[in-house]
Write a protein that binds this ligand. Structure first.
Ligand SMILES: Cc1ncc(COP(=O)(O)O)c(C=O)c1O
Length: 394
């Protein structure tokens, strides 16, 4: 066999998002781009803010010797200090540059963390629906994913997490604002989770981390605010990226922020730095580190996503779909009008509307609509969503 059995099996089971993306290419070739309504990918379509391009130009023009060379694996000290200042404000906990490790996006950061903290068969509790790559990331580092149900409105169910904690648990991995549901976890639930982890650590003597994956922290609506994680849990590690806030997902830049008061903080930081090196990242991209350090507070215009969300919600509502109003990110997790979400997503395809079955996120009975598409696409897709629903009744 040319590739390992595990990889061969994973390739054959390629993710739903990937499958829908490929289906989109096929439909676009057949019907033309403007006649296919592709809501399958969470790939930000907005241009980065002008400040990003200006900063890059200025950085490139400087062209100082060694500027593109190797650096300490955790990143440039000045960049880490600038990020720490922002994290301290955002999280309400004083973080120093040494508690920041720059990363190749949130995906790179998660792999660095899991490599650093997992022993074989250690368990990572993940509330579902969830970002499906977590399963692969945890498996990469020989851990086991343990999925727990959220409440019917997709808020955290602390009792379910309590029931899943045991002597093998190494981490609870949460994502808020959530992909695929758009739910922002409430401050009272984050506080309860922090207390639960503390209590579990005290009773077992075992370190358990709260890993908070938050690339959508700044994409929130209607005055909702994603609560601080570090304030409510000393054993927390925050992960993020600039992929969505600056619309630069292909540039692979993000960071890890470790609570300065977490048990074993020095060993953890040393491990994260080593993992960054030996996983093959070596360090986060130099140019992007310098750019984002200068762009604190700059982001794409979030009102664009809000307008799209509102437009999509009104089209879906008037057609008769049922969904929980998203508080953040750029996804609507809509109830499938028939129990089989895979079949319904197949049905929508007949109307050239591409979405992803909830089953692909551990949320069967739903489908995900990613609104990283223009308002024009949303407007033109609205009658298709309606026709698809009406066709079920005939
Ligand atoms: C919840 C979540 N975590 C992590 C990632 C990976 O982010 P990045 O591309 O910045 O590594 C994504 C990307 O869509 C995501 O939705």
């Amino acid at each position: 066999m040319p590739v390992a059995a595990k990889i061969s099996e994973s390739v054959s089971k390629s993710s739903w998002i990937r499958r829908m993306f490929e289906e989109g290419l096929r439909l676009k070739a057949q019907f033309g781009n403007e006649n296919v309504f592709d809501f399958s990918l969470g790939n930000p379509d907005l241009s980065p803010p002008a400040e990003f391009n200006d900063t890059l130009k200025a950085l490139v023009e400087k062209n100082e010797g060694g500027v593109h060379g190797y650096m300490p694996n955790a990143g440039f000290d000045g960049v880490r200090a600038a990020i720490a200042e922002r994290v301290s404000k955002e999280q309400g906990v004083d973080v120093q540059g040494r508690h920041i490790i720059t990363s190749c996006g949130a995906a790179g950061a998660l792999n660095v963390i899991l490599k650093t903290i997992l022993n074989p068969d250690d368990e990572v509790i993940v509330p579902k629906p969830y970002f499906v790559e977590y399963g692969a990331y945890i498996d990469n580092h020989r851990g086991r994913i343990v999925l727990v149900d959220t409440n019917p409105d997709f808020s955290l169910n602390i009792d379910n997490i309590r029931a899943a904690l045991n002597g093998k648990t190494r981490a609870v991995l949460i994502n808020s604002p959530n992909n695929p549901t758009g739910r922002v976890y409430a401050e009272k639930d984050i506080a309860a989770l922090g207390a639960l982890i503390k209590e579990h650590m005290e009773s077992t003597g075992r370190i358990v981390y709260l890993v908070s994956d938050e690339p959508y922290r700044e994409i929130v609506y209607d005055g909702v605010k994603a609560p601080s994680i570090l304030k409510h849990c000393r054993q927390a590690i925050v992960v993020t990226s600039y992929s969505k806030t600056l619309s630069i997902a292909g540039e692979r830049i993000g960071y890890i922020a470790v609570h300065p008061g977490c048990a074993g903080v020095e060993a953890l930081l040393g491990g994260l730095i080593l993992s960054t090196r030996i996983l093959g990242f070596v360090n986060a991209p130099a140019l992007m580190q310098r750019a984002v350090a200068r762009l604190g507070g700059v982001s794409v215009d979030m009102s664009v996503y809000k307008n799209r969300r509102d437009l999509l919600m009104s089209g879906l509502e008037s057609a008769g779909y049922d969904f929980a109003r998203p508080e953040g990110a750029f996804y609507i997790f809509c109830k499938s009008p028939i129990p089989d979400d895979v079949a319904f997503v197949g049905h929508l395809q007949k109307f050239n509307v591409l979405t992803v079955p909830g089953s692909g996120f551990g949320g069967p009975g739903y489908f995900r609509i990613a609104y990283c598409v223009s308002e024009g696409v949303i407007q033109r897709a609205a009658p298709k969503f309606r026709e698809a629903l009406e066709a079920l009744k005939t």
